[in-house]
Write a protein that binds this ligand. Structure first.
Ligand SMILES: C[S@@+](CC[C@H](N)C(=O)[O-])C[C@H]1O[C@@H](n2cnc3c(N)ncnc32)[C@H](O)[C@@H]1O
Length: 228
């Protein structure tokens, strides 16, 4: 009898909690719920890469100007979904965003070319690419990307712009001819610290391009499609 009473009390409590949770869910303004969950590893290799990213996120962000985790996940989804074979990144820093790109590139059989002007950050990136086991698909070019990208001749599936903000227009003009039709140009910091108005103009007034803005509540990302 006593056991049955406890069972009924527990049932009533569970019911109350469920009703309260449902009421709270309804009370949140539409679109404000955080529905995301941490990424789940499908394999041991993916788990190891995610573990390195998590460690960098917790312990090596200082002075590295890394993208937020959600933008890293966005890069991975975009790169993998277009089956990118060649990604070019401007602004490697310690390799954090590059490793997100590589998470996708190891599935697509692609490779990353990434540019960094700062020797200390480039050296950390080399270590981090090795730790994540993706160094075999990365070419890290140490130097001024304004000069170094002039050597690029191979077609590009996706460009990630995250170096000097005033250089975005130059990088776009120089590299757009190499981007395959159907390829993407992803640009960071469209909201914070600020976007170059000339870059915004360039990606929103060209009929060959279609641009959307994402994650604008944070640093902000522009995703630009080079139409087929
Ligand atoms: C915002 S951080 C990049 C962060 C990185 N994408 C990440 O999320 O892990 C910008 C980087 O671009 C580099 N940078 C700035 N101007 C550059 C240039 N002209 N050529 C190459 N790298 C440059 C800086 O040294 C810095 O490490």
């Amino acid at each position: 009898m006593k056991g049955m009473h406890i069972g009924l009390t527990a049932l009533a409590l569970a019911g109350t909690l469920a009703i309260t949770a449902a009421a709270q869910w309804r009370e949140q303004p539409a679109g404000s719920e955080d529905l995301s969950r941490p990424p789940l590893a499908k394999s041991e290799t993916e788990g190891n890469i995610l573990a390195v990213l998590d460690d960098l996120d917790r312990n090596q962000r200082r002075g590295m100007m890394n993208i937020p985790v959600e933008d890293g996940r966005l890069l991975r989804v975009l790169t993998e979904s277009i089956g990118a074979k060649h990604v070019v990144e401007l602004g490697t820093s310690n390799g954090y965003s590059g490793i997100w790109l590589c998470l996708a590139l190891r599935s697509t059989g692609g490779k990353l070319t990434t540019y960094e002007i700062d020797a200390h950050r480039a050296s950390l990136a080399r270590e981090n690419f090795k730790r994540a086991g993706v160094d075999n698909i990365v070419t890290l070019v140490e130097g001024d990307a304004h000069q170094e990208i002039k050597r690029l001749t191979e077609p590009i599936d996706l460009i990630f712009l995250d170096a000097d903000k005033e250089g975005y227009v130059f990088y776009l003009k120089r590299l757009l001819p190499l981007v395959k039709p159907g390829g993407l140009i992803v640009a960071h910091n469209m909201r914070r610290p600020h976007a170059d108005p000339r870059y915004l103009e360039a990606i929103t007034t060209n009929p060959d391009l279609e641009t959307i803005f994402l994650n604008m509540e944070d640093a902000g990302v522009a995703v630009t499609l080079k139409k087929r």
